[in-house]
Design a protein around this ligand. Structure first.
Ligand SMILES: [Zn+2]
Length: 329
């Protein structure tokens, strides 16, 4: 288990280099008790954290499984998530909607997905947990508050998901950018509550924050800000590359049923194997098409045909939790 210490903060890499469904987490050590930020590092790592620290509170950046699945291992800790994701964390049906499954699944398929999703076994374990998370409340965005003696601010950074936030520890210059993860996969905004333009805007906003240590949720881990700034440019350029593939595809007159087989996000064997990947491939493409049309590209007809042949219900391709005011700040 790799641990990096900065002041009272321990940054703990997850299993398998924090590749999903694992993620890097942080322990804030206090005098009497400690807090955990993110909860998907891996069975061994989380059990070791539980043993070594008196974890009283857990803070989650957003609703994704790879950041949240371990909370049941800490039954006595109070858990908090961002205000836009609270309802999703408490209600699996809402979660599945935010992920965009109703856009691509028929009613019977959706029902069986929901039945499956109500319970899960964490990676590397046979134990069965409830998918609905036992969350006590939401925290406020963009306001400093104290966690085990350390000042924390949850910076609202929508785009990856609508409620996504970056935990920031100003006294120690630590910014957990999380899923601005700089991986070669590139940016993920393929849930119904994801948004490409907001993703880019929020990523740029992370550079304005006064932090020296940048922590990503997957693979890369901890780096200095200058390195993050450099790598973020290539990472965001992947969005443009995806868009170029789509544009070329349409301009070459290729059929819309073939567009999900161009590995814009996932390889074809992944989308065949896993309904989450197929859903995300389709929704990711939809979001790019919507964005291109919004930018003035003449792709309306292609877009309508794409929805039709892929059997995508457009109204479920975007999701807002109903707390729109918070989201539009
Ligand atoms: Zn995520």
């Amino acid at each position: 288990m790799s641990i990096i210490k900065v002041g009272p903060v321990e940054i703990i890499m997850g299993e398998n280099d924090s590749r999903a469904p694992f993620s890097t987490c942080m322990v804030i050590k206090g005098k009497d008790n400690s807090a955990l930020i993110e909860c998907g590092a891996g069975m061994e790592a989380l059990l070791s954290i539980r043993k070594q620290h008196n974890i009283k509170r857990i803070y989650l950046s957003h609703h994704h499984f790879d950041h949240t699945w371990g909370v049941s291992l800490f039954p006595d800790a109070e858990k908090f998530i961002n205000p836009l994701d609270l309802n999703k964390a408490l209600n699996t049906e809402e979660l599945v909607k935010a992920q965009g499954f109703p856009a691509v699944l028929e009613e019977a398929e959706l029902k069986s997905l929901l039945d499956e999703q109500h319970h899960f076994s964490p990676p590397g374990s046979d134990r069965v947990f409830e998918r609905n998370l036992d969350i006590r409340d939401s925290y406020a965005y963009d306001q400093e508050f104290e966690v085990s003696g350390t000042s924390v601010m949850m910076i609202h950074s929508p785009g990856h998901t609508e409620g996504y936030c970056c935990p920031y520890l100003p006294e120690h210059g630590i910014l957990y950018v999380g899923d601005f993860d700089l991986t070669s996969f590139g940016p993920f905004y393929c849930d119904a509550d994801g948004n490409i333009d907001l993703f880019i805007r929020s990523a740029q906003k992370t550079l304005e924050i006064d932090a020296e240590y940048i922590v990503t949720a997957h693979q890369k881990g901890v780096m200095r800000k200058a390195e993050y700034k450099r790598k973020l440019i290539d990472y965001l350029a992947i969005i443009e590359k995806r868009e170029q593939v789509i544009k070329r595809f349409i301009k070459n007159g290729r059929p819309p049923q073939e567009l999900t087989k161009q590995s814009i996000f996932y390889y074809e064997e992944q989308t065949k194997r896993n309904p989450f990947y197929l859903k995300s491939e389709k929704l990711g493409i939809v979001k790019h098409l919507q964005r291109l049309i919004h930018q003035g590209e003449p792709f309306d007809e292609f877009y309508q045909e794409f929805l039709l042949v892929q059997n995508i219900k457009e109204k479920y391709t975007t999701y807002q939790s109903g707390l729109g005011k918070v989201n539009n700040q």
